[in-house]
Design a protein around this ligand. Structure first.
Ligand SMILES: [Zn+2]
Ligand SMILES: [Zn+2]
Length: 215
């Protein structure tokens, strides 16, 4: 279904799943900005958001970063009202151990997408041609490598993913070493494009994209 999209993201210069999720995350946030006007207050989407208790910390601030101030305020009104009602009626429940469960709709949307992408990636890597393209890219970040192993049934694909990851990690490492070695002038002018972005690739390899909680 998303096969072409996955193959295309092999050339994104980063973890193909992280690259796709980053775009989805931005699209989701834009959709929420799109319904942040007062006239959308009684829509299904907005009512659902209040039921879910709003966005997680990361996505609320992400939303704030691209929305108008009055749009941000509008999205908070009913959530604040809900919190006021809760505090008024459940004073005895409020304590240091009380958990305020927020079921962030952006997080859950991304989690679903992530499952679809991992599944499609496994199917795509069934051909030699696609494996070659994947190996030429930068491969999965370590969190996504671990996750995809839960979808892999074929032992040759497991071998391929692990061997390729090693080669890609070695490439990132040698680029990062060069970035450090060439930190002073005049060598710093000789840094390649891959070396210049190696710090970003190194961090993403280790922990996945920025803000990735589970997706
Ligand atoms: Zn990733
Ligand atoms: Zn979230």
């Amino acid at each position: 279904m998303e096969n072409k999209k996955i193959i295309k993201s092999f050339s994104s210069g980063r973890c193909p799943i992280c690259a796709l999720l980053r775009q989805d995350e931005f699209d989701y946030l834009c959709e929420w900005v799109g319904v942040s006007d007062t006239k959308y207050r009684k829509t299904e989407k907005r009512i659902r958001l209040v039921k879910l208790k709003g966005f997680c910390n990361y996505h609320f601030w992400g939303f704030e970063g691209i929305s108008r101030n009055d749009g941000s305020a509008e999205m908070c009104l009913e959530l604040i009202e809900q919190l006021i009602t809760f505090l008024r009626t459940n004073k005895s429940l409020v304590s240091a151990t009380h958990k305020n469960h927020i079921a962030c709709p952006v997080c859950s949307g991304l989690k679903e997408k992530q499952g679809e992408y991992l599944n499609t990636l496994v199917l795509s890597l069934g051909t030699i041609e696609n494996r070659k393209k994947y190996a030429e890219g930068w491969g999965l970040c370590y969190p996504h490598l671990l996750k995809i192993l839960g979808y892999v049934k074929d032992s040759s694909l497991r071998e391929f993913l692990l061997d390729t990851e090693l080669e890609q990690l070695k490439r990132v490492k040698s680029n990062a070493m060069e970035l450090v070695r060439k930190k002073d002038a005049p060598l710093r002018w000789e840094r390649t494009e891959d070396e210049k972005v190696s710090y970003f690739r190194a961090i993403e390899k280790l922990v996945g994209r920025q803000g990735a909680l589970d997706g």
